[in-house]
Design a protein around this ligand. Structure first.
Ligand SMILES: *Cc1c(COP(=O)(O)O)cnc(C)c1O
Length: 382
């Protein structure tokens, strides 16, 4: 059926009607006073979301563009960096850093496991000459549904003095990412994830310490030169033509978030994560991420004996529910349920009912019909 496709993937995520309607307008001039007002308002909203007094800059880019900007503005060729690699996105940041001739040292964990914060501590403490210039970590590793222990890792980084550069693309807006409290120096994210917006905007938060590093960083940059964005943002403006209509949407989405409140937003994501995980357990479907290391934005499931791609295909064709598949070597091995952004408890129950019906059709009979939905409902109403 047209227009009924339900996005239960970790981006793009569903966009609320009031955000869609806010964008259904002609663009205004981006050098106008009206646009400056929007710019001022969304910048304040972004600082609120990042829990920071420092800068949050807005780019016309995907999340990768924001992350690339977060790396190249603060480092120089040959700089030694530690990159946490326990999934597709961690690997991507290692590749970006290598593309810019940084001296990359990977700290790895098996896909599905969290990074070991102690490995970062050991490396950082051994670096008495302070050669390590930055540590790059993906907070919520979307490819596996694992939440890395950013708070502990950033504590070690702060003690050492290197920059803490974070991919918070699927943690921002799902769980607390208190930039100032944790001492995070650079945070990258993208509009199509927890922001309840279509793709197209990238966000980079920058600490004072990162701006100090910017002054001596020599990697080449032009469009992604964050100094330009900062200079313009201080005048409530942009260095280049921004996607004006997405800014209307950002304004509406941040208002919605502020009405709901940070604590309520985080509680909703954690509740939906717990409900989804309880349902998988009740249905005998193994969870890919362990308790205590699970992302509040996404649940990855490794169904033994059933092809995950077959489940996804039936879910989409018959029930108009889109789940995400496994990436790289996990294709066919796992499916991923996104519960990020504009997702209500009803959406969780709907997706779980569709999953139960799909498994029934596939002859998967290790659970009593209704067991998953019932387990989820218990969590949602607790
Ligand atoms: C989606 C995502 C990104 C950004 O991907 P783009 O396609 O460039 O927007 C980066 N990191 C994580 C963890 C993501 O989930």
């Amino acid at each position: 059926m047209d227009n009924k496709l339900m996005l239960m993937i970790p981006g793009p995520t569903p966009v609320p009607e009031q955000v869609l309607l806010a964008m259904a307008k002609h663009p205004i001039g981006h050098r106008s006073g009206e646009f400056s007002k929007i710019m001022a308002e969304v910048t304040e909203g972004l600082k609120w979301l990042h829990q920071t007094q420092d800068d949050v800059l807005i780019l016309a880019s995907s999340g990768t563009g924001a992350m690339e900007a977060g790396i190249i503005n603060f480092l120089s060729a040959g700089d030694r960096v530690l990159v946490g690699c326990n999934g597709k996105f961690g690997d991507r940041w290692a590749k970006v850093a290598q593309a810019y001739s940084l001296n990359v040292e990977k700290i790895t964990a098996e896909w599905g496991k969290a990074l070991d914060a102690e490995e970062f501590r050991t490396k950082l403490e051994a670096d008495t000459n302070k050669e390590i210039k930055a540590v790059i970590v993906t907070h919520s590793e979307t490819s596996t549904g694992v939440l890395n222990d950013l708070k502990t890792i950033s504590g070690y980084v702060k003690a050492h003095g290197a920059l803490m550069i974070v991919d918070a693309v699927t943690s921002l807006g799902a769980t607390s990412v208190p930039m100032d409290e944790w001492g995070l120096d650079v945070i990258a994210s993208g509009s199509q994830k927890g922001f309840m917006l279509p793709p197209g905007l990238g966000f980079v938060a920058v600490s004072q310490k990162a701006w100090a590093a910017y002054k001596t960083a020599t990697l080449p940059k032009f469009y992604l030169d964050l100094g330009k964005y900062k200079k313009s943002a201080d005048q409530n403006s942009n260095p280049f033509t921004p996607p004006v209509t997405l800014f209307y949407g950002l304004q509406a989405a941040l208002k919605m978030m502020q009405n709901e409140g940070l604590e309520n937003i985080f509680a909703r994501h954690h509740r939906q994560m717990n409900a989804t995980r309880a349902a998988m357990r009740a249905m005998g479907l193994p969870l890919f991420a362990a308790d205590g290391a699970a992302s509040p934005a996404i649940t990855a499931v490794a169904p033994a004996g059933v092809d995950a791609e077959q489940i996804r295909s039936i879910m989409k064709k018959r029930y108009d529910i889109l789940l995400a598949g496994g990436q790289d070597h996990l294709k066919g091995q796992i499916f991923r349920i996104g519960h990020l952004g504009f997702v209500c408890d009803r959406d969780i129950l709907t997706a779980l009912s569709g999953l139960e019906a799909t498994l029934q059709e596939l002859g998967f009979d290790s659970f009593n019909p209704g067991a998953g939905v019932s387990a989820a409902a218990k969590v949602l109403t607790a």
